[in-house]
Design a protein around this ligand. Structure first.
Ligand SMILES: [Cu+2]
Length: 292
């Protein structure tokens, strides 16, 4: 009878845990794998930590429920009378420390990967404004403002009479998207012209604050051509919800063609020529980027 109880309780606990995890995935409530090396790293790290947590959860809650149900007083079980155990204290201190160290190794690796923007082939400066983004392709003369697309903007007005579900990419479309080349390491220099904003495209795997007076650095290298959407992720005023980010990644040749057609274009049409400028910029202080 006792063995049967243990089996029933264990199966019930395990089923509950699996149901919770399965439910989470079934709802699609997971982060995207994304389209960059870093987003893949972040996804793998997230899944690794999740499964470590699931195993710990199953063990801890399993032990707890088994103890509560099988060792209950009404079952005739006598409580143990000891009040101190050095062995147990060492174990419950050492094991979590080891687990934390194990988790810190891949997490630190991911952070270092995220921060290493050296070797970037081009620079794009991103400035947040209430409530739009400005993109500058450094050393090419190309820059433009990216604002909420008109159909979303009209539909969002109070009493517009337009059903937002009928608007394509409602609140996630802009007039001028940030166009970038694929398979190119791009350094993004983020700052703000007014309050703190945060530039976020989930498929790239990171978000970075755009802070007035400070230049934050991030980088990306997109492997798949496509359109990637995001939003401002820092509450920045009344229209915070209406300054989306749209990134269009094109093969390098197409990108170079697009760049050369932009108004104000002065630079070389060869992206690799920008690499040298970028390397030169590395020797100057970040404030230079803000000087203009
Ligand atoms: Cu904002």
């Amino acid at each position: 009878m006792k063995n049967q109880n243990i089996v029933i309780v264990s199966i019930a606990v395990l089923a509950g845990m699996l149901l919770a995890v399965w439910g989470m995935f079934a709802l699609g409530d997971n982060m995207p794998r994304g389209v960059t090396e870093f987003s893949q790293t972040a996804y793998d790290l997230h899944m690794l930590i999740l499964w470590i947590c699931v195993v710990i959860g199953v063990l801890v809650f399993g032990a707890m429920f088994v103890s509560i149900i099988l060792h209950r007083k009404s079952n005739g079980v006598e409580a143990a009378q000891f009040t101190h155990s050095t062995k147990a204290e060492i174990a419950w201190t050492a094991i979590p420390i080891l687990i934390l160290i194990l988790m810190a190794v891949p997490a630190t690796r991911a952070l270092i990967l995220m921060e290493t923007s050296e070797g970037a082939e081009m620079d794009i400066k991103i400035t947040g404004y209430q409530w739009k983004w400005k993109y500058e392709y450094m050393d090419t003369g190309v820059s433009f403002i990216s604002s909420l697309a008109q159909d979303s903007d009209i539909a969002r007005q109070l009493n517009s009479g337009i059903d937002p579900t009928t608007v394509d990419n409602y609140l996630l479309e802009v007039d001028n998207a940030l166009v970038v080349p694929t398979d190119t390491k791009i350094r993004l220099l983020l700052t703000s012209g007014d309050v703190i904003h945060s530039w976020w495209v989930p498929e790239l795997g990171w978000k970075r604050d755009a802070i007035p007076g400070i230049v934050n650095t991030a980088w990306t290298s997109i492997s798949e051509p496509g359109t990637y959407r995001g939003q401002c992720a820092e509450l920045c005023g009344k229209d915070h919800g209406f300054m989306p980010v749209v990134v269009i990644a094109k093969p390098r040749a197409e990108f170079e063609q697009w760049l050369a057609q932009q108004p104000g274009y002065t630079g070389s049409d060869d992206v690799s020529a920008l690499a040298q400028d970028t390397a030169d910029d590395m020797t100057t202080s970040p404030e230079v980027a803000l000087a203009d």
